[in-house]
Design a protein around this ligand. Structure first.
Ligand SMILES: Nc1nc2c(ncn2[C@@H]2O[C@H](COP(=O)(O)OP(=O)(O)OP(=O)(O)O)[C@@H](O)[C@H]2O)c(=O)[nH]1
Ligand SMILES: [Zn+2]
Length: 289
């Protein structure tokens, strides 16, 4: 039987098989190899009785995030605000680069719309929609697009990320509370108010999950070692016809990316952040030795 680990407590794993949750312990070859099951893992279980089972196999992971340790994130909801806290485009572009590198879909959530001047919201939308990102602006208290969010989450396992105070927990509570009201999430999964926090996944509906702890917590650049690969994580730089096909778009002659920046087809902020990240990675690699 195949299922997904939605919660881990010490050596006990809660495996959701769609209509039922089994408390499971690890058994099998992966244990000998020192591989520990993670929340998010798709696993094969061997059912013992009513609600107990053994995990016998961990299916290949699509990706693995550290701090918190979670796996198989299909989609990242990257949260930003315009004013509170102030928008930091460098960090946003870094999050986006990480998601590209980890092969996750990305949706940008611009929260606290109520506190944001609409022309600034439009500005950000213009930059990011132009390069193919979905961006949803919302007010967690008075304008929460539940149906739209559910549509975005459908049939995927999603996680949230973003700076402290951008409204991630309020968003998650909103989403889960509303679903609880509608009665689509079983009472079993209801978040205990006083229990210790472990990473958990909520099943929004069948085949649709969201992690309750932010991904890329405490983030830095340990995902990318070689600055020469950074260009592949900037969508607007792929498919450019530069003179050199390994062009880093910095000092090379006949660089189409630089040309596009000059005529405004590529956002200056994105390009400048690319240069900053490039240097950050380069310094880091050079200082390692
Ligand atoms: N005006 C307004 N305030 C909001 C909105 N969403 C959240 N807040 C408030 O912003 C503050 C921070 O929200 P949280 O949901 O705790 O933010 P977080 O991203 O989870 O923060 P960390 O837990 O530190 O990572 C709280 O006081 C919320 O009530 C919103 O859409 N509009
Ligand atoms: Zn170039």
């Amino acid at each position: 039987m195949q299922g997904k680990i939605i919660k881990a407590q010490k050596e006990l794993y809660y495996v959701d098989i769609g209509n039922k949750i089994y408390m499971s312990k690890a058994r099998g070859n992966f244990r000998k190899k020192g591989i520990k099951p993670l929340v998010g893992d798709d696993v094969i279980i061997d059912i013992q009785d009513e609600d107990k089972a053994y995990i016998t196999e961990i299916l290949e992971r699509k990706n693995l995030i550290k701090r918190p340790n979670i796996s198989n994130v299909d989609q990242m909801l990257v949260f930003v605000t315009i004013n509170d806290p102030p928008l930091n485009l460098y960090n946003l572009d870094k999050y986006l680069a990480m998601c590209e590198y980890e092969n996750m879909d990305v949706v940008i959530i611009l929260s606290k719309k109520d506190l944001s001047p609409s022309e600034k919201v439009q500005n950000i939308k213009d930059i990011y929609e132009n390069i193919g990102y979905t961006i949803v602006s919302l007010d967690n208290y008075n304008d929460f697009p539940q149906e739209k969010i559910k549509e975005i989450l459908k049939n995927k396992t999603s996680a949230v990320s973003g700076a402290s105070g951008v409204g991630k927990s309020t968003f998650l509570n909103n989403l889960v509370e509303k679903e609880l009201e509608i009665g689509e999430i079983s009472e079993k999964l209801k978040r205990g108010k006083n229990t210790t926090r472990h990473t958990e996944i909520f099943a929004i509906e069948e085949n649709t999950f969201i992690f309750d702890t932010p991904g890329f917590d405490n983030f830095d650049f340990d995902f990318l070692e070689d600055e020469n690969n950074l260009k592949y994580t900037f969508r607007e730089m792929s498919n450019s016809k530069c003179k050199f096909n390994n062009c880093n778009h910095i000092n090379e002659p006949n660089c189409q990316v630089k040309g596009k920046v000059e005529i405004g087809q590529i956002a200056k902020s994105r390009y400048n952040n690319y240069l900053m990240m490039f240097n950050e990675l380069k310094n880091r690699r050079e200082n390692k030795w």
